[in-house]
Design a protein around this ligand. Structure first.
Ligand SMILES: Nc1ncnc2c1ncn2[C@@H]1O[C@H](COP(=O)(O)OP(=O)(O)OP(=O)(O)O)[C@@H](O)[C@H]1O
Ligand SMILES: [Mg+2]
Length: 247
């Protein structure tokens, strides 16, 4: 089966330093794929390269396919138009505008073929908290509410595939599981998701498949079940749980 979004031999260099090397991943239809790794491993570099942009002067080589078509030559905004949507690291909202205004500003896709279409009422159904805060400005929202608003804006763009770069950053553990399980509902409705996540324990509860990135290379991958037992994952991210389970 071919993935909705795939890359092969993706390499990113910043001023001669290799930040990503020969990466091959696939996001299949209707699946939630996780990407984990230490700080500086290259997670943001990877999702940014898939979206077609970088924070600095980067040289990107390799292949990126969306629905089987090469999109390497497309600019970031053209990739968005095709339905490749990224909620980048940090808060991607207008803090001066209200929740309603933030949502109303998003232009719905012109080409709806193969896209997952969401309305503003759909966004409020997924995130009822946003409906309660609809007249508040972005600046007055909590971290979790801002993340919901950023995801809501991405949904209104009619994604074919949604990439999320650490949507749970800064949230309390209880709010992390809540946000990730809401995102899982979107996947169960058919939307493929690539999730970058620091909280590996929470990610393993919702993803179908997990990639482990170390120093710019994919060093492991497998189903959530297999990766939950992978020694590198257990030692680096689940150590206290494993110790607790033995106790
Ligand atoms: N604009 C840039 N110029 C030079 N080097 C960069 C640039 N952006 C990132 N890097 C380097 O590339 C490597 C990967 O960074 P990246 O931001 O992708 O890591 P990450 O896995 O997302 O980390 P984090 O978990 O902290 O978000 C790091 O060594 C980083 O310092
Ligand atoms: Mg990052």
């Amino acid at each position: 089966m071919t993935g909705v979004l795939e890359c092969d031999d993706l390499t990113v260099r910043y001023a001669g330093n290799v930040a990503l090397s020969g990466v091959k991943i696939s996001v299949p239809r209707g699946k939630m794929i996780g990407l984990v790794g230490a700080n500086g491993a290259g997670k943001s570099t990877l999702v940014n390269a898939l979206a077609g942009w970088s924070r600095g002067r980067a040289i990107v080589t390799g292949k990126v396919n969306l629905e089987g078509q090469g999109i390497d030559d497309l600019a970031p905004h053209e990739r968005v138009t095709r339905g490749l949507t990224l909620v980048p690291e940090g808060k991607n909202i207008f803090v001066e505008l209200t929740v309603d205004e933030n949502l109303e500003l998003v232009r719905p896709p012109r080409d709806t073929n193969g896209r997952h279409i969401f309305s503003i009422p759909d966004v409020f159904d997924f995130f009822p908290r946003l409906a309660e805060r609809r007249h508040h400005r972005g600046a007055a929202l909590s971290g979790g509410e801002r993340q919901m608003l950023a995801v809501g804006r991405a949904l209104l763009a009619g994604p074919r595939v949604l990439m999320l770069d650490e949507p749970s950053a800064g949230l309390a553990p209880r709010l992390i599981s809540d946000l990730l399980s809401r995102i899982r509902l979107l996947v169960d409705r058919g939307l493929p998701v690539l999730l970058v996540e620091q909280n590996v324990k929470a990610a393993l509860k919702v993803v179908d498949h997990l990639y482990l990135l170390e120093r710019g290379r994919i060093v492991g991958e497998g189903s959530a079940e297999i990766m939950a037992a992978d020694q590198r994952i257990v030692e680096a991210y689940l150590g206290t749980i494993a110790a607790g389970a033995r106790a």
